[in-house]
Design a protein around this ligand. Structure first.
Ligand code: ZN
Length: 208
C-alpha cells in the first residue's frame, strides 16, 4: 500500500531528500551561565527562538525520505503560512485567512487556541491531501481556515553530555515551549510549533 506522500502526484514541499542530510558537529558551550548546545562551526542564523536548529541542505534533489520532515522548510511554512504540499501561500486570496487541515477533535472547540506542528495546506491542495492520506482519513480531519497563528514552541531532541564530555541525545522529539530557556539551550529544534487562533470551518465543510 502506498503511503500518503507516495500517493501524492508531487513531492511535498516539506519532505526531505536523503542528500539534504548533513553532519551535525554538535558541541556544548557556556552562554549566560548555562551550558548551551551549538555546532563547532555554528553560524548565527542557525539559532532561532533561543534554540539551535537542525542543519540540513536545501537542494531538493536525490532520494526522497517519505516519512520525515525537512526542518527548515517546515519552519518556513509555519512562519509564513505556506502550504506543506506546494510551498506557496496557503492564505485564501479572497479573505486572507489561512487554510489548515485540523484533527476532528478540534471541531467542538474552534474558539480555543490550538498548538500544531503540521503546516497549513492551501485550498488547491486540501482535496488532494485528504484523498491520499490514510492518517487524515482515519482521524476524520476537518478543513478549517485560521485567522491568526504564532510560534509557541519547538519539537526538539534534547542533548546532554556524558561523563566523558561527549554530546549525547537524552530525549527524542520532545515539545518545548519557547519560554523554557533551560530546555531550549539543550535543544536541537527540528520543527516549529505554532498556536492557531480564530479558527472557522472552511466553506467546503467537514471532510472525512
Ligand atoms: Zn499547496
Amino acid at each position: 500500500m502506498k503511503t500518503y506522500v507516495e500517493a501524492l502526484p508531487r513531492k511535498p514541499y516539506i519532505t526531505p531528500y536523503e542528500e539534504e542530510s548533513l553532519d551535525l558537529p554538535l558541541a556544548f558551550e557556556w552562554a549566560d551561565g548555562l551550558p548551551r548546545l551549538t555546532y563547532r562551526d555554528a553560524l548565527p542564523q542557525e539559532r532561532m527562538f533561543g534554540a539551535l536548529w537542525a542543519r540540513c541542505g536545501t537542494a531538493r534533489e536525490g532520494r526522497i525520505q517519505w516519512n520525515l520532515v525537512h526542518t527548515l522548510r517546515q519552519r518556513r511554512c509555519m512562519l509564513k503560512g505556506l502550504c506543506r504540499v506546494c510551498g506557496k501561500s496557503a492564505a485564501d486570496p479572497d479573505t486572507g485567512r489561512v487554510w489548515w487541515i485540523m484533527p476532528s477533535a478540534l471541531a467542538g472547540g474552534l474558539r480555543s487556541p490550538w498548538p500544531t506542528a503540521h503546516p497549513p495546506t492551501c485550498r488547491a491542495h486540501v482535496g488532494e491531501s485528504l484523498a491520499s492520506c490514510p492518517y487524515l482519513r482515519r482521524e476524520a480531519s476537518v478543513v478549517c481556515t485560521v485567522g491568526d497563528y504564532s510560534p509557541v514552541g519547538v519539537l526538539a531532541n534534547l542533548y546532554g553530555q556524558d561523563d566523558g564530555g561527549r554530546v549525547a541525545e537524552i530525549h527524542h522529539q520532545t515539545p518545548v515551549r519557547l519560554g523554557e530557556r533551560h530546555l531550549l539551550q539543550r535543544a536541537l529544534a527540528t520543527q516549529l510549533i505554532v498556536q492557531v487562533t480564530d479558527l472557522q470551518l472552511a466553506d467546503r465543510g467537514r471532510e472525512t
